[in-house]
Every structure is written in C-alpha cells, then in structure tokens.
Design a protein around this ligand. Structure first.
Ligand SMILES: [Zn+2]
Ligand SMILES: [Zn+2]
Length: 246
C-alpha cells in the first residue's frame, strides 16, 4: 500500500515541482508551491496603516486615515491585506505580482495554493470576528472562461481557518464590468457601480461579513460590494485581500 505522502513524492518525481513565482525547481519531497527565496521577498504590510482601508501611510505624519477614507465614507468597516505588491513588476519573475498575474489571466487552479502560502500566518482577523465569509463574485461569462473564481478559492480556505461559514452564492455579479484598469478611484467606482446584488438577503441580514478578494487597489470594488451587503442588512462588512496594490 502506498500512503498519500509517498504518492505525493512519486508524483513530484515524475512532475518535478517548480516555484510558482520564479520557476526554480523545488525538492521532490516538498509540499510547497513557492521557494523560500520568493516567500522571503514578499513584502508584508506593517504599521502605520490607514485605520479603515489599510493603506500604508508615511510614518512621519500623525494621521490615522488616508485621504480617501478621510473625506468619504466607506461602506466597509475595515480592510486589510496579507502582502503588498507592485503591479508594475508583474512581469518580473519571483515577485508576488508574477503569481497574481499568472493566477488572474491563466487557468491554473493550483496557483491558488501558492497564493494561500503567501497569506501564511498573516491573517489579520480572528475566529469569532465574523459570521460569514463571502468572496467578491465573478460574472458568469468570466467564470465560464476561467473555470474558477480565485477570490472564492481564497475564501474557502480563510473560512476554514477562521471556522466560519462560507457562502459562495449570497452575492452575485449582475453585470459584467471591464477589468479595473483605471488608476483613478472615481473611474474605478463608476466601473463597478451597480455591478453586484445580494441574491439571498436573508442569508446576510444581521450578520458580520468578511468579504474576500485577491487584490485591492483603491478599494472601489470592495466598497461597492460592502454597500450592497449593508443594504441587504449585513451588520458589518470587513474586507480581506491577499494583496494590496500600490
Ligand atoms: Zn521562487
Ligand atoms: Zn484609507
């Protein structure tokens, strides 16, 4: 009889594992998707952060809110991310951006595991903080093309870690939106306006929701989703994304 660990090694022998970020070979007995070097280079977010959206702030000032959160009102209570990444370095092997780009535009579901390894122990929420984990939904067409929703894959794992209910279908994407390519927050907000709806308001009413996405840039998508969840009666909406773009 071959146990699972042995089977794993045999598969790795025939299909040698490679780092999802830099492509370097990994030891055949590994269960990791990213090499130690790439993992160590991932930039973690550290204080001071905007108290609401988690944007890194300069240490010099004594301000606790970024300019976007200061002026307006966010629909979410707080947003946090595990790591920081620079979208302009997406084509540089060995960066978190490289994994995210492969993951976003490819159809390789196994990269989800690499992304979870990037989260590591950097989950800023604790078990008991929320009642429900909801991923930012993909539009049907995109889902059909890619075959999976990367936010949902992250969400399933996070819900399991936080011992929290996971709900894939409470919120839907009613309208396909072009990819968020604009840099300007207001343009990004317009792009996702009315794109989401809560299909099952009873499942979110009165509950504390943790919304999951892979990347947060200005927070426009997260804010739009949080808005519809709040309208459907969610008591509070917090956000977690794997990466924070700068
Ligand atoms: Zn690597
Ligand atoms: Zn902020």
């Amino acid at each position: 009889m071959m146990d699972l660990a042995m089977l794993h090694e045999v598969l790795n022998f025939f299909y040698p594992p490679h780092c999802a970020a830099c492509g370097a070979g990994l030891p055949i007995e590994t269960r990791k998707s990213i090499c130690g070097g790439c993992l160590a280079r991932i930039e973690r977010l550290s204080d001071p952060l905007c108290a609401v959206c988690g944007e890194p702030m300069s240490a010099a000032g004594n301000i606790s809110l970024c300019s976007r959160c200061h002026g307006g009102t966010r629909n979410f209570r707080m947003a946090r991310s595990a790591a920081r990444y620079d979208p302009s370095r997406e084509f540089e092997p060995g960066t978190l951006g490289a994994i995210i780009r492969h993951h976003k535009y490819g159809r390789d579901q196994s990269l989800a595991r690499a992304l979870l390894e990037c989260v590591g122990d950097n989950l800023p929420y604790r078990s008991g903080d929320h009642d429900l984990v909801i991923p930012v939904p993909l539009h049907r067409q995109r889902l059909r093309w890619r075959g999976f929703n990367q936010a949902a894959l992250l969400g399933i794992d996070i819900a399991r870690r936080l011992d929290c209910e996971f709900d894939l279908t409470a919120m839907m994407r009613g309208r396909a939106t072009p990819p968020q390519t604009a840099h300007d927050h207001n343009a990004r907000r317009r792009n996702v306006r009315n794109a989401f709806r809560v299909a099952h308001p009873r499942r979110v009413a009165g509950r504390r929701v943790l919304l999951i996405d892979d990347v947060m840039t200005t927070g426009a998508t997260a804010d739009e989703c949080a808005g519809v969840l709040r309208q459907a009666g969610a008591r509070v909406v917090d956000v977690f994304t794997l990466a924070r773009a700068r």
